[in-house]
Write a protein that binds this ligand. Structure first.
Ligand code: IPM
Ligand code: MN
Length: 349
């Protein structure tokens, strides 16, 4: 029996989470385990109604669950930053979800914008550091609104934070057992302090504890070029928070788009949070048109981390099967509605 906190959130979040829960119900029944869900109405609507983003009491409750299943955060009527920082980033920081794990895997039959590339070429994961860098919020604005104003936003990287992220990436490459290669994505030629630290720890740790894993380095600008030109070179990419944010949107597009890209915010020793990485898609809200595969994939990642490997694999297999039947991964162009796609995946299980 697992206790899962569900935060459907904003926009199309509730629509895709509904399908994820459908699939979780199907797989838990088939595999013989139970899930108890507790729903939380956090997000833009609640904020506009009550002024609350993430009450401390709710945060305390969230710590008690086996995992958190999140739809999307971001509301067109709320100033950018309030919900993102107050809810999503606060959860990442407070629960110390220091890994953002984002697989980039092209399923058979899914269209990629990359010419002449197929599922055998696009299969890697990005391990994004999730609690430091520019996201740490260090800095500020002085003399705001005057000709002398100054804005500073610093990147904070700690040895502890860098090391635990690199360790996760090495362990992941070992467990994945494919190319057994970790590529550090950085910018050692310009960000000479931050990536000096990253690069030193990368080689120290790799040489001492992971001699079986090949170490590779690419600047972030080159990384995005190779992701388009030779994605088959990658196995595990590890990088700091902001670079990871940027390159995983590119990753999502080459694996078929935001409708299919799932991610996990992971604390390997605590409660982790799983989400489709696409966002709240206000344009499509309430239309039953967006692709729920990303949310379903996030549910599979959640079960995998909870130790239900067989159930997770079963969802992935069903997703792969149903993907071949969709006309497109894009919202409104699937040939089916959001709930029909959820039904098809659940039935396939
Ligand atoms: C993501 C999102 C978030 C981020 C935003 C919504 C704060 O883009 O999960 O990638 O920048 O991390
Ligand atoms: Mn992002």
């Amino acid at each position: 029996m697992y206790n899962i906190a569900v935060i459907p959130g904003d926009g199309t979040g509730p629509e895709v989470i509904r399908e994820g829960l459908k699939v979780l119900d199907a797989v838990s029944a088939a595999e013989g385990f139970k899930i108890d869900y507790t729903h939380y109405d956090l997000g833009g609507e609640r904020y506009l109604r009550t002024g609350e983003v993430l009450p401390d009491s709710v945060l305390a409750e969230l710590r008690q669950f086996d995992a958190i299943y999140l739809g999307a955060i971001g509301h067109p009527d709320v100033k950018p930053g309030i919900l993102e920082k107050g809810l999503l980033l606060r959860l990442r920081f407070e629960l110390d979800l220091y890994i953002n794990l984002r697989p980039v895997k092209l399923y058979p039959g899914v269209e990629t914008p990359l010419k002449d590339k197929g599922p055998e070429d696009i299969d890697f994961v990005v391990v994004r550091e999730n609690t430091e860098g520019q996201y740490a919020g260090a800095g500020g604005i002085l003399r705001k609104g005057t000709p002398h104003e100054i804005a500073v936003q610093e990147s904070i990287c700690t040895r502890m934070g860098v090391e635990r992220c690199l360790r996760y990436a090495f362990e992941y490459a070992r467990a994945r057992n494919k190319k057994k290669k970790v590529t550090l994505c950085g910018k050692t030629n310009v960000l000479t302090y931050v990536f000096d630290l990253w690069e030193r720890v990368f080689h120290e740790l790799g040489a001492a504890e992971y001699p079986d894993i090949t170490r590779d380095y690419a600047h972030v600008d080159a990384t995005v070029m190779w992701m388009v030109k030779n994605p088959e070179w990658f196995d595990v990419i590890v990088t700091e928070n902001m670079f990871g944010d940027i390159i995983t949107d590119l990753g999502a597009i080459i694996q078929g788009g935001m409708g299919i890209a799932a991610g996990g915010n992971i604390n390997p020793d605590g409660v982790s949070m799983f989400e489709p990485i696409g966002g709240s898609a206000p344009k499509y809200t309430g239309q039953n048109a967006v692709n729920p595969m990303a949310a379903i994939g996030a549910a599979a990642m959640m079960l995998d981390i909870l130790g239900e490997k067989k159930a997770a694999a079963r969802i992935e297999k069903a997703v792969m099967q149903i993907c071949t039947r969709l006309k497109s991964m894009a919202a409104g162009q699937m040939g089916y509605t959001t709930s029909q796609v959820g039904d098809m995946v659940a039935e396939s299980i």
